[in-house]
Ligand binder design. Structure first.
Ligand SMILES: [Zn+2]
Ligand SMILES: [Zn+2]
Length: 344
């Protein structure tokens, strides 16, 4: 570890973040050191910080949706230099294992993680970086990772022009899925969420219809909107297990369903297999992360009005409160800003 220090936000217990002086991470030969402009709080970060997800445990610095300016590069780095503005993936894949060779890099057996980016600096492999266009703000570029996950989720739902599309849930990733689905030509686009704030945002992001499951019969409402067919492409983005069966219930015959949210280990749900196969012949998919999509996402990102989802920008020193704000309120994206000064 380097002897230089920085401010970093340590996750040290369930829903507890302590910001303190920590050593700056060292830069390996193929890595770059990024002065973090913003790191967004991801729904996954809040989920992980509960401690219920056994694979990741404290103490550690979280934060994986980040962008900033490169301040140092390792001796073998070829495509980046100090001063470059980049948005990053949290992990880099080996490119040589069976999974990487067969189109499933997100199941790579030799993943190297970036250092956590709820800190003033993060270190990451150059392979996990994407150059940001000169006219893209950091407030925009910080959406690279979550947008790539939304793109993958929409691709797995096989959304098509002129076909109906519904997203169950209205969090940040769900809102991006709605926007991408609409831009892909899906019609009509429907959002199902009990929160009025989220339904309102969904209309702003591209939904044609919103349904409140706490006061409406969802299936009835969907049939009315889709002229009795059901929805051709459904994404379950709420993380509520029962909504996986709801997704199949509202799907049209020969439609596609994609379960794209987090479910805790051991989560079970009951699906009506008679309906799923005999009555509908559904294609049921899941999606996790966004294999091979970062470059394409950076190409596409300028077209996405992602800033509409920023609900707060808070200094790193307020990380703990920001996490509680994300957990307890209907926030879309809270950006954490580790530096007082503006990074150009
Ligand atoms: Zn994320
Ligand atoms: Zn691999």
């Amino acid at each position: 570890m380097s002897s230089k220090m920085m401010r970093g936000g340590y996750w040290d217990g369930p829903y507890s973040m302590t910001v303190m002086d920590v050593p700056q991470p060292d830069v390996g030969p193929d890595q770059v050191k990024v002065k973090v402009a913003y790191c967004a709080i991801c729904e996954n970060d809040v989920w992980i910080s509960s401690g219920e997800f056994f694979e990741v445990q404290p103490p550690r610095i979280l934060g994986h949706e980040f962008c900033g300016k490169i301040v140092e590069v390792g001796k073998d780095v070829k495509h980046y230099k100090a001063g470059d503005r980049v948005a990053c993936n949290m992990q880099v894949f080996c490119g040589t294992c069976w999974y990487c060779h067969n189109g499933y890099e997100h199941f790579c057996q030799n993943i190297v993680q970036a250092t956590g980016a709820f800190a003033q600096y993060a270190v990451v492999s150059e392979k996990a970086c994407e150059h940001m266009p000169d006219d893209m703000s950091y407030e925009h570029g910080v959406f690279l990772e979550v947008t790539s996950a939304a793109m993958y989720s929409v691709e797995r739902a096989e959304v098509k022009m002129g076909r109906s599309f519904a997203v169950i849930g209205g969090g940040a990733k769900a809102q991006l899925e709605l926007m991408i689905g609409r831009q892909k030509g899906a019609c009509p686009v429907i959002c199902i969420d009990p929160s009025e704030v989220r339904r309102k945002k969904a209309l702003e992001m591209g939904a044609d219809y919103v349904i409140d499951p706490s006061s409406e019969d969802v299936q009835e409402a969907v049939l009315k909107i889709t002229k009795g067919h059901g929805v051709d492409h459904v994404i379950e983005s709420s993380g509520i297990p029962e909504n996986c069966s709801l997704a199949c219930d509202i799907a049209a015959a020969c439609g596609t369903v994609n379960f794209a949210a987090n479910y805790l280990p051991g989560t079970k749900c009951t699906l009506d297999l008679w309906q799923l196969r005999l009555m509908k012949q559904l294609r049921v998919h899941t999606s996790i992360q966004s294999p091979y999509l970062f470059e394409r996402t950076m190409e596409y990102l300028p077209r996405m009005e992602v800033e509409k989802l920023i609900t707060a920008i808070r200094p790193l020193e307020e990380l703990n409160d920001a996490f509680l704000q994300q957990r307890d309120h209907e926030e879309f994206k809270i950006l954490i800003k580790p530096w007082d000064e503006k990074i150009d």
